[in-house]
Write a protein that binds this ligand. Structure first.
Ligand code: 13P
Length: 257
């Protein structure tokens, strides 16, 4: 069984002292696991202070977004270049960014390229809306999201990245319907097939594909058991240290099976 990855997406929550306190609680509770990789994606504002506080034997840091140009007159933006020493990963193409900030396929693709160019590993989010699923378009949507985002990358760059399947309808922000592990498993398999078609067997085997619809410490087990599932991207439940530590514990338990 491959090493699982558990990522906390704190979204636009927690000021500097709240973030520091939550990290402190997590560091107390979560042990060093060689079998589970734990990643924290705090707001841009607190990445720097957390990078000083963080126990690197337990956690890695991710940013939730960045701009695709490396530098220049882009008021209010932060580039991937600026994140090089701070973040191991950057989340790209989250549905909240696609929907609220009009990030289209082209922008997401530019961000993935900028991320890789700056030596940071992308966590690419893909997933269909409820309407697209109803119309039977889920596979086409996911295919397009993957195809455009990965174009221009080498096989080894693709092999190293992470794709998170986040069905928009299952994210708490957009309704939070419960997806079943069976439904998710079929899509994760489809995503791996897409990668295989585009970049070959080795890349498809190596790339990490994770689930990012709503999970908590009670439901995560079912998703982590999916054969194709290399981990989870957690929203709401990652703001609660008991729930998030419970999710990490479950990933650890499964690594022992
Ligand atoms: P929730 O866990 O709050 O549904 O959010 C999932 C998500 O968007 C992870 O990136």
């Amino acid at each position: 069984m491959s090493k699982k990855i558990v990522i906390a997406n704190w979204k636009m929550h927690l000021n500097a002292s709240q973030a520091s306190l939550l990290l402190h609680r997590l560091q107390e509770r979560i042990r060093i696991h060689r079998e589970v990789e734990v990643v924290i994606a705090p707001s841009m504002l607190v990445l720097q202070p957390l990078s000083v506080q963080i126990d690197r034997r337990k956690f890695r840091l991710a940013a939730q977004n960045a701009y695709h140009q490396d530098k220049g007159a882009f008021t209010g933006e932060v580039s991937f270049t600026m994140l090089q020493d701070l973040a191991h990963y950057v989340i790209i193409g989250h549905s909240e960014r696609r929907i609220y900030f009009n990030e289209n396929l082209d922008i997401v693709s530019k961000k993935v390229s900028a991320c890789v160019r700056n030596g940071i590993t992308p966590i690419l989010c893909v997933g269909e809306t409820k309407q697209e699923r109803k119309l039977g378009e889920a596979k086409r949507v996911i295919h397009d999201q993957i195809y455009t985002a990965l174009s221009g990358l080498t096989t080894s760059e693709v092999s190293n990245m992470i794709i998170a399947y986040e069905p928009v309808w299952a994210i708490s922000t957009f309704g939070g319907e419960v997806a079943t592990p069976a439904q998710v498993g079929r899509v994760l398999e489809f995503i791996r097939m897409q990668v295989e078609e585009l970049y070959g067997k080795q890349a498809a085997k190596k790339i990490r594909i994770i689930y990012g619809g709503s999970v908590d410490d009670k439901t995560v087990g079912g998703f982590l058991q999916i054969e194709q599932c290399d981990g989870v991207l957690v929203g709401n439940a990652s703001l609660n240290y008991i729930k998030f530590a419970g999710i990490v514990d479950e990933a650890y338990r499964q690594s022992l099976v």
